[in-house]
Design a protein around this ligand. Sequence first.
Ligand code: R5P
Length: 298
Amino acid sequence: MADTDNLKETKEYFLDIPMKTSQSNVRGANALDWGMQNRLSRIFQPGSGKTVMLAVDHGYFQGPTAGLERIDVTIVPLLRHANALMCTRGVLRSTVPSSLQSGVVLRASGGPSILKELSNEHIAVDMGDAVRLNVAAVAVQVFIGGEFESQSIHNMTRLVDAGLGCGVPVLGVTAVGKDMARDARYFRLACRMCAELGAQFVKTYYVDEGFETVTASCPAPVVMAGGKKLPERDALTMAYRAVQEGAAGVDMGRNIFQSEAPTAMIQAVNKVVHDGMKPEHAYELYQSLRREEVGRHA
Ligand code: R5P
């Protein structure tokens, strides 16, 4: 039985202080359930409201990508610099330490390999397993204009329904077919469709012209996809521009783990995303951290 002797009488009601209600700094998230907002805060840093996600899910359709042959060796040491890790459940269970503090964005669609039509994906993870893995969100590829456009949208909406039932947000990833124009007009369409159909955040590619119209017309946060490997200075410039033009952060894979110095690169990306560091300064930072990193491994 609880000890009820000498209970202290409450008397400090702070009558002069208005009751605080918390506001999410994630775009469009205020009407979401507490659990879903809490999961989003494991991805989007509460201070800056932005994220540096590290994408290592490439193996789900292209096998052991360069830089990901041994995730335990090359990726695990980077995780302390990532707000969130985007990966498959196979890699999560087999290789990622369960003490991980970053949010996990779990790849939840798949099917075809690079040898087949990539848009022919299906849902590849049950929401119950995502909850069991305590992930912060699930990710699904959406192929607007692709051969299996409707099927991929249906994958997303089914995950959104399942996610709303248990507080798990969905990341809609806009995949672009080989023959499609990668321009702002296309990405406005793709991002807006993802958000309208329920994705709580969207991952899309940067375009030099009009990216700010892509972010402005999407009611959910837009995270910039990394894409093919660029020279470090160019990748930092792209990340800087994307954030200045309204992105809520980045989800970069090859531009981090295929860098000559991945730890240096992810730290420089963090400065660009969270502190608004200019790309020329971030590149200088990368260079000085690179010298240390390469020296350590020499
Ligand atoms: C599918 O297209 C996935 O989202 C990728 O496997 C991955 O996230 C791409 O990352 P990056 O293009 O930055 O290497």
